[in-house]
Every structure is written in structure tokens, then in C-alpha cells.
Design a protein around this ligand. Structure first.
Ligand code: SF4
Length: 505
């Protein structure tokens, strides 16, 4: 879908060189505000004369023209008509609105309703569940359909890693053997999913900068899919020449914002020293340093750290600012490791006892050739993208939802969303039966119909509740609609999945 790429380019093309310079300096100001406590202190202490602070941090804008961005007295005017009194604040707010709108376009970019309807419906259900389940993380997840790892493990070793990346074991060199396999795998994704394959990116529990050939892989991705994937690195200074090659590709193809994860204040300051504000316009600075005003996802190693603090009787707060950030996982589709030649089918979930790393794993398989990869994708979709409720499916509400019975219906709620079904003649009865948690679809239908309900309406209602993701379809607990298929020489059925023999993270 070239419009996503065009829309991104248009965001930047709309600014004159002078405006671009100004915007990039507002961005630098905002980065300092979020990441650097000394900067925040200096702002507070020098509100009457901020020019020396701006000069010290190399920020070339007049801060008094953007007071709603940082002055507590003026925050109330943010995104209001009055913000026009502070033109730089308004400029930043408008820019952020465009970036957020583009993020939402990226979610739509993964749609495959025409080229692969069953996968599309499955992914839509993951998106709906995410909006209901994932707290503050839900709206920001774009559900790309694939991520490729070009290394085995990660050398950065962040203490807060939400997906608990393993230690770095090696990387895939770009050579005569790997390059055709790589292009074949990416082409297979395009063959299956069309333009939605453009949502792919080339890291997961890995850091791009651990692979010195990373830029060659992503340029191939551009040539096969028509889209330069996003790069996120927590080691942007590990190999500055490589980082600059990636940034040059961004300038050339300009498809989507890159990201630097800032793991400590020292790295933050070094990144600002290395790159000009203009150079960083295509890079979102994700401040993960302990002093930053950013929440940590409660998954993986961050969640373990919290548990240890609680066990020691201490406050489990691990960030200055805490919100309900439940996962860093984003892929509703396939995680491909090109070193080990494995592919897993996954979707984001709340980090917890079921899935500690914040994503479900539906299946995992090995491949050696693009043809095998293609066959594995087909088999996984056939097995897991079963989107119509079957009479033999056992129904329960998701365990994170609290059930309340009403006379004319019911609601299920968590801290993110409230889902209510009231007013239908069978709403209350239906809610009660599903809430029992051990009834089959066919049994529920039979009871409701025996009670006088219309069969078509009952089926439609149950299907709708399934589509919006409020039933517990977790593959670790039997799932809903899992279809037994022949995989290699073994029949894998729902029971083996429920027993954890398939799909453990
Ligand atoms: S957060 Fe990213 S960079 Fe840090 S250890 Fe995990 S995968 Fe590596």
C-alpha cells in the first residue's frame, strides 16, 4: 500500500527547510525533557531566562513560544484553540497528530481481507482483543504481520527487556547462501499477503546493530516488498558507520520512522552529540533510562524485576512514570529467525503467568528453503486461523475480564474496557452460560434455543463476541477452533497444545 509510504513522506515534505530546522529542535527539546532530569531541573530553576539552558543543550528554538509543552501552568492549553498563542507548541502538536495518524495507517496496512481473508479475520480478532486486554499498550500496537531476526540473541542485555532476549550467539552474514534464502522468505510473505508484507521489520529479541550486514538485508527487503522496514536499535553507537548507512537508506526511501532505544543517560547524551537535530528527525528517541518519564512494559525481565522487589518487601516501581504498559510485543503473525531457520506464529498479550514475554505462541516450525517456509505458513494459517465458532468449541470469557450479571444481560470488564451485552431476550442467559466456563458452543446454543431464542440470532451473537476477542482463545489453554492437521509425521491436536507440547514461548 504505497499510500502509507506517501503519507509518511508528505509529513516531511510539508515543511520548508527553516520549519524543518525548527521542528527538529522542538523535537530535541522534547527528548531532553523526557529523558534528562538535569534538563528538567534547569528548566524549572530558570523559567525567567531559559536562553542559557537552550544554548547549553544546543536547542535552537525560543522556549517561550512553546510553553504548553513543558510549563505546568500552560499544559491546559495543549491541543486547544488557545495553543495558537504559542506557535511552536502548536507546530509540535500538529506534527505529533500526523505521526500518530500515520501509526494508525500502519495498523491498517497489515490488512489482508482480499489476499488472505482467513488470516485477516484472525489478525482482526487479535487487534480487537489487544484493544480490550492490553491497557495503555493496546492503541499503540500496529500488529505488523511479520518480524525477522537476523541474529541469534542480543548483545545489549537490557535489564528491562520485555521479551527477555537470550544472550547473543551470532548473526547471519549476508552471503551467497543466505541472501537468496532471505529474499525467498520475504518474497513468500509478499506472495501470501501482498502489500501487508511491507509491515515486516528485521529485529525482535535481537538488535539490528549486532549484524554488520543489517543494511544489506533491509535494502533487499525494500526491493522485494517496496518498503524499507523500521529499524529500532538500543545500540545506535555500536557501529556508527552502520547506523549512518541505515539512516541514509531512510533518507533515500523514507517509509517509516526509525527508533533508538536509550538505555542510559550517557547513551542519550552521546546520541545527541553524534547526530544533529535534523539527522534525528527520522528517529524516535525511546527513552528507557531509569530517569526518563517513560513507563516500562510489565513483561519479561522488567516483570521479573518487579516480582523480585515485591518478594523482598520493597516498592516494585521500576520507572519514574508508571502506566498500564502490558507488553512490548507487537506482531500478530510470524516471528522468523533467519539464523536458526525457525518460524513461530504469535500475537501480543499481557505479560503474565500465562505468557511471561507478553506474546502468545501458537506454533513453531523449522524450515530450510523458501518453499518449506511457504508450506509452514500455509499449515499454520490452516490450523490456527479458524474463525467460525464450532459446536464443539468450549467457551469461557478471558480470565482478565471480570463478569457482572444483570437482569437483562451482563458485562465483562477489566481496567482497559467494559463490554456490555444487554437488551436481547437471551443476553442474561447467554452470559451466565458462558461464565460457567465449561460449556460447548453447541450446548449453549441448545439451551438458549430451548428457552425460546432465535437460532440465527444466538449464533450471530456468539460469533460477534468471539470476533471482538472476549472469549478465552489462548492456545496454551486449548484455544478455540484449533484444527488438527498433519504436521510432518505427527498429528498435533488441541489436547497436545493444551498440555503445552506445542507453542511454548
Ligand atoms: S530490549 Fe531490545 S536491545 Fe534490549 S535486550 Fe531486549 S532485544 Fe536486546
Amino acid at each position: 500500500m504505497s499510500s502509507t509510504k506517501d503519507a509518511y513522506r508528505e509529513i516531511f515534505d510539508a515543511y520548508s527547510p527553516d520549519e524543518f530546522h525548527t521542528l527538529s529542535n522542538i523535537k530535541r527539546f522534547m527528548e531532553c525533557l523526557v529523558a534528562d532530569p538535569e534538563f528538567r531541573e534547569k528548566l524549572t530553576a530558570n523559567m525567567d531566562d531559559l536562553a542559557p539552558v537552550m544554548a547549553e543543550y544546543g536547542v535552537d528554538v525560543d522556549p517561550y513560544m512553546m510553553l504548553p509543552l513543558f510549563s505546568s501552568k500552560h499544559l491546559q492549553y495543549r491541543d486547544k484553540d488557545e495553543e495558537a498563542q504559542w506557535p511552536l507548541s502548536k507546530m509540535w502538536s500538529e506534527y505529533m497528530q500526523k505521526i500518530i495518524a500515520h501509526r494508525d495507517m500502519l495498523r491498517d496496512h497489515g490488512a489482508t481481507e482480499v489476499v488472505h481473508p482467513s488470516f485477516h479475520k484472525w489478525r482482526q480478532r487479535q487487534i480487537s482483543r489487544g484493544m480490550s486486554e492490553l491497557g495503555a499498550s493496546g492503541p499503540s500496537i500496529t500488529h505488523p504481520i511479520v518480524a525477522y531476526e537476523l541474529c541469534d540473541g542480543c548483545s545489549v542485555g537490557c535489564w528491562f527487556c520485555g521479551i527477555s532476549a537470550e544472550r547473543f550467539q551470532g548473526y547471519l552474514p549476508y552471503d551467497e547462501e543466505s541472501a537468496p534464502l532471505w529474499r525467498g522468505v520475504v518474497q513468500s510473505m509478499v506472495d501470501h499477503f501482498g502489500d501487508a508484507a511491507q509491515t515486516g521489520f528485521c529485529y525482535w529479541a535481537t538488535d539490528p546493530m549486532d549484524n554488520p550486514d543489517y543494511d544489506k538485508f533491509i535494502e533487499d527487503h525494500y526491493h522485494v516488498t517496496g518498503f524499507l522496514p523500521q529499524t529500532t536499535s538500543a545500540a545506535p553507537l555500536k557501529d556508527v558507520a552502520l547506523t549512518r548507512r541505515v539512516m541514509a537508506l531512510f533518507d533515500k526511501y523514507r517509509c517509516v520512522t526509525n527508533r533508538f532505544s536509550i538505555v542510559n543517560l550517557k547513551l542519550f547524551r552521546k546520541v545527541h552529540a553524534e547526530f544533529t537535530p535534523e539527522e534525528l528527525m527520522g528517529v524516535e528517541i525511546v527513552a528507557q533510562n531509569t530517569e526518563a518519564l517513560m513507563a516500562k512494559a510489565n513483561a519479561g525481565r522488567a516483570r521479573e524485576r518487579k516480582a523480585k522487589l515485591r518478594a523482598a518487601g520493597k516498592d516494585d516501581k521500576i520507572a519514574v512514570h508508571d502506566d498500564d504498559h502490558s507488553t512490548i510485543a507487537c506482531v500478530s503473525g510470524f516471528l522468523v529467525n533467519m539464523v536458526n531457520r525457525t518460524v513461530r506464529m504469535t500475537s501480543p498479550t499481557r505479560g503474565g503467568d500465562r505468557w511471561a514475554l507478553g506474546y502468545r505462541v501458537y506454533d513453531e516450525r523449522h524450515f530450510d528453503t523458501p518453499e518449506e517456509f511457504s508450506a509452514v505458513i500455509d499449515e499454520m494459517i490452516k490450523r490456527h486461523c479458524v474463525n467460525e465458532l464450532q459446536p464443539g468449541d468450549r467457551l469461557a470469557f478471558r480470565p482478565d475480564l471480570e463478569y457482572t450479571q444483570f437482569d437483562d444481560g451482563f458485562e465483562v470488564r477489566n481496567s482497559t474496557q467494559i463490554h456490555t451485552l444487554c437488551g436481547l431476550p437471551y443476553s442474561a442467559h447467554l452470559g451466565r452460560l458462558v461464565n460457567e466456563g465449561d460449556m460447548l458452543v453447541g450446548q449453549i446454543q441448545a439451551e438458549l434455543i430451548a428457552d425460546g431464542a432465535n437460532v440465527f440470532m444466538v449464533c450471530e451473537t456468539l460469533q460477534h463476541l468471539f470476533d471482538i476477542g472476549i472469549f478465552d482463545d489462548d492456545p496454551k489453554y486449548g484455544g478455540i477452533g484449533l484444527r488438527p492437521v498433519l504436521i510432518e509425521t505427527e498429528i498435533i491436536d488441541s489436547a497436545s497444545v493444551a498440555a503445552g507440547e506445542v507453542g511454548r514461548a
